[in-house]
Design a protein around this ligand. Sequence first.
Ligand code: FAD
Length: 310
Amino acid sequence: MTEAEIFDVIIIGAGPAGMTSAIYAARSNLKTLLLDRGIYGGQMNNTAEIENYPGYESILGPDLSQKMYDGVEKFGADYRYGTVQTINDLGTVKEVITDEGTYQAGAVILATGAEHRKIGIPGEEEYGGRGVSYCAVCDGNFFKNKDIAVVGGGDSAVEEGIYLANLGRSVTIIHRRDQLRAQKILQDRAFANDKIHFIWNADVKEIIGDGKAVTEITYRDKQTDEIKSVPASGIFIYVGVLPMTDAFKSLGVLDNNGWIISNPEDMTTSVPGVFAVGDARKKDLRQIANAVGEGAVAGKGVFDYLQSLP
Ligand code: FAD
């Protein structure tokens, strides 16, 4: 059996929270491993324009990802691919098992974030990649001058709906309530945009296509109980997020819904040497700015924790 490679700290997830932790840990001279199952950036790679991250009036998600990663590289954190499957708590040593190999460290920072939730209606799976999308910045361009539907009513739905209105002929935002949950500034922009229309109190039922591509989405009008339809070539779904925390079940740090419980003061969990940051935590606001702040706290906290070990 080959021996596991040993680090001071292993950070799981290279979104903004994990990358900031890596910058702080590596800059404190800790031997730092940053693991991700894919390209660094996390959800920022699926985000069009970011207007609420200080220092940038407006920046594309993938551009901000690259700028953060430049810092990770500069301070010498080791970035590798690997899907983490489980973590074994061996006391002062944590063993991280991935599909690419096993690593050990004195501390770990869990930064695996969250992912889009599916609605679970007929046609959603079948037309995935053929009209159904969860990422406007990735797929919006396929629907230039076409009719687009967006399902959802929160920040992501409205923000990405505004972005899609720059590309499509029309954008219809279909929401299950009679008012949006999105921030007021986004609502005002969407209401002022001639290309954006709204359907309220709608329970989406089915995504229909011609076998090759999406042609419409149907919904039940909750006020009249009628089934109605919106013609669309692209359906973008933003109905919430799920924590990416299955790999941490055995650590006993999750709540009943799978969110990680970590102390908002210092990002520690109930397991000594295990910290958690970013969207995977149980918290109210899931944004880049607080993911970064939490990453800084944990990056520094790990240094203090390792110093305190006998
Ligand atoms: P994530 O960004 O989710 O990164 C987690 C990383 O962990 C991912 O790279 C993932 O591949 C990796 N990972 C997961 N599981 C494993 C595993 N088992 N093994 C290895 N790696 C794993 N925020 C803003 O502040 N402003 C905005 O304008 C904004 N717009 C948004 C628009 C959209 C469409 C979306 C989806 C999100 C938006 N957000 C916005 C939210 C913001 O992107 C998130 O709050 C932020 O990315 C969370 O960072 P994170 O590092 O906690 O997690």
